[in-house]
Ligand binder design. Structure first.
Ligand SMILES: *Cc1c(COP(=O)(O)O)cnc(C)c1O
Length: 368
């Protein structure tokens, strides 16, 4: 254990919640930390490193253009700023100048998500004025189109389990509107990993977090049309400078991308075989029902869903698990319905045992 970890006397955490920012995002592989060491212990001409990393991603991932940023949040802020400023240096340097009125960012109301902050924050940081389209539970193409005016700078689409899934228009429909009104379509796909998927559907820029599915360091990558990435790059002289990405993170993100490309994702059968002992032990408890469920946003991720007959047991259980030693963080978006989910991506076999043991022990002690 490092000197620092010792001095802070931090409790061990079992992450059964997924790639959560509150727990520090991802656990980095050896390959990633090695690359980060290499990146950090040398000097580089940064403009050269940025350009070559761009070309490397373009070649290896078959995308038209790419740009590494410090986080997905900074990717949102900078793509919005780029859509507004284009290559106008005066606007790049004065991102909130009142004489610039073409700064509306149209987004479905159901896409105004909270991921630790509201997505409205990076949009505003980029100089965007938020124009909500549709309602909390419905946004059609017509709703969206009715909000597009001469002051629209970009259309923003959020692909996330945080977003409302039902009743929302498809990305393809937003792309059609982008083409019709000649405004760029930006996609926030922070928690995803397929760099081609949304570009192939016609988006102008797609933002990924380096620290979620890609399992890299705190960083982000924006892929897009070359014309868009060229103006995004200019934000380095504007708000991008406030959120610059370090050389060690550039190296780390590239190693993560490489590692991700080489690794085979766990199949459904593999994930379910892994969780089987936990499901069996949970199903042996009175008033508890455990099954495998697929990720709500349709990603090929399967989690152990543990349902308690008394909904308040789930609420008390998540709290008790977090106060446990080690601290166990489950996925608790549905705890109000009596369900806690165990995300297995960062859980070892021993930790799975510890989770089962902790729930068994704590369950008996819950106040009925
Ligand atoms: C996590 C997340 C972000 C922010 O990603 P960071 O890399 O942590 O800045 C943005 N949008 C959505 C939908 C997210 O889930």
């Amino acid at each position: 254990m490092s000197e620092i970890r010792n001095e802070l006397s931090l409790t061990r955490v079992i992450n059964a919640s997924g790639k959560m920012t509150i727990l520090g995002g991802s656990k980095l592989s050896e390959a990633v930390t090695e690359a980060m060491c290499d990146g950090s212990q040398n000097f580089y001409v940064m403009s050269d490193l940025m350009m070559k990393s761009r070309q490397w991603i373009e070649m290896n991932y078959n995308v038209e253009a790419a740009w590494i940023v410090s986080s997905a949040s900074s990717g949102i802020a900078q793509t919005v700023a780029a859509a507004i400023a284009q290559d106008n240096l005066d606007v790049i340097l004065n991102p909130y100048a009142p004489n610039v009125t073409k700064r509306n960012i149209v987004i479905a109301k159901g896409h105004i998500v909270d991921y630790g902050t509201s997505i409205e924050v990076p949009i505003r940081m980029g100089g965007g004025t938020i124009i909500e389209a549709g309602f909390a539970n419905a946004c059609s193409k017509a709703h969206f189109e009715s909000k597009i005016t001469d002051d629209t700078a970009a259309l923003l689409y959020v692909k996330s389990h945080h977003a409302v899934q039902k009743g929302m228009l498809e990305l393809e429909e937003v792309v059609e509107l982008g083409k019709k009104y000649k405004v760029p379509v930006i996609v926030d796909a922070a928690a995803e990993s397929d760099l081609n998927l949304y570009l192939n559907k016609g988006a102008d820029a797609v933002i990924y977090s380096g620290t979620k599915a890609l399992e890299g360091p705190t960083s982000g990558v924006v892929v897009g049309k070359a014309t868009f990435i060229d103006v995004l790059k200019l934000q380095g002289q504007g708000i991008g400078r406030v959120m610059k990405v370090g050389k060690e993170s550039i190296f780390g993100l590239m190693a993560a991308l490489l590692h991700f490309k080489k690794s085979q994702p766990a199949t459904k059968a593999m994930q379910e075989a892994f969780m089987a002992p936990l499901l069996a032990r949970m199903n042996a408890l009175d008033g508890v029902r455990a099954v495998s469920v697929q990720d709500g946003a349709g990603r090929p991720i399967y989690r152990a869903s543990i349902a308690f007959t008394h909904a308040k047991d789930a609420i008390q259980m998540t709290k008790a698990l977090q106060e446990n030693d080690p601290k166990i963080y489950t996925r608790d978006y549905r705890k109000n319905e009596g369900i806690i989910e165990v995300d297995l991506r960062d859980v070892s076999e021993t930790e799975l045992e510890e989770i089962a043991q902790a729930i068994e022990t704590l369950y008996g002690g819950l106040k009925k």
